[in-house]
Design a protein around this ligand. Structure first.
Ligand code: INI
Length: 178
């Protein structure tokens, strides 16, 4: 029987790196509502992607009216087969949204459904905050930029999923880990 250290050494660890990925094809779907905040998220996401070597040719930005429209837009983008990951950006601010919970939860649930249905990363970069001040803080001031974070998540997920290939001939059997 192997000792515990040998067992630990035998474990396969899979993690995505964030190295240059010029070939990654990224669709950014954007809900224009609260544009003064959302455009900072878009800038943050694009800046992060370009700094990680993603080619501008491989980035598409698709704008729609609000966060509520993002799941359908993400679904169409996923269906198009043009992207390796989709980043959804928007801002739902409780103070100015009587139906905050509906917009926030249906957007998040819808994006998750698209990811699972189409088997690609759909990153939720929708800010949900209690106030405009909090939204500003999270869109490039003292609490970071949720758009930039979403871009990092997209790149990491592309990298990690690329290491877990599924045998198309027999999906039920083996997950082959390279
Ligand atoms: N959409 C947002 O993205 N953020 C909000 O805060 C918001 N508010 O305040 O209502 C909002 N509403 C619009 C919604 O996303 C749809 O565009 C609209 O309901 C039409 O379907």
């Amino acid at each position: 029987m192997q000792d515990l250290q040998q067992q630990r050494d035998a474990i396969t660890h899979i993690e995505g790196n964030l190295y240059q990925n010029s070939a990654a094809r990224i669709g950014i779907v954007v809900g224009r509502f609260n544009a003064f905040v959302v455009e900072s998220l878009v800038d943050g996401a694009i800046d992060t992607l370009l700094r990680h070597g993603v080619s501008g040719d491989n980035i598409s930005v698709i704008r729609v009216p609000g966060a509520f429209e993002l799941p359908l837009t993400a679904q169409r983008a996923a269906e198009s087969d043009r992207f390796d990951a989709i980043i959804a950006l928007g801002a739902v601010i409780r103070g100015s949204t009587p139906h905050f919970d509906v917009v926030a939860s249906s957007s998040a649930n819808g994006l998750n459904t698209v990811a699972l249905d189409y088997n690609i990363p759909v990153v939720n970069g929708i800010l949900t905050t209690d106030s405009i001040e909090q939204a500003i803080e999270r869109s490039g001031t003292k609490a970071g930029n949720k758009g930039a974070e979403a871009a990092m998540v997209a790149l990491e997920m592309i990298a990690v999923l690329a290491q877990i290939s599924v045998d198309d001939d027999d999906l039920d059997e083996d997950v082959v880990i390279n």
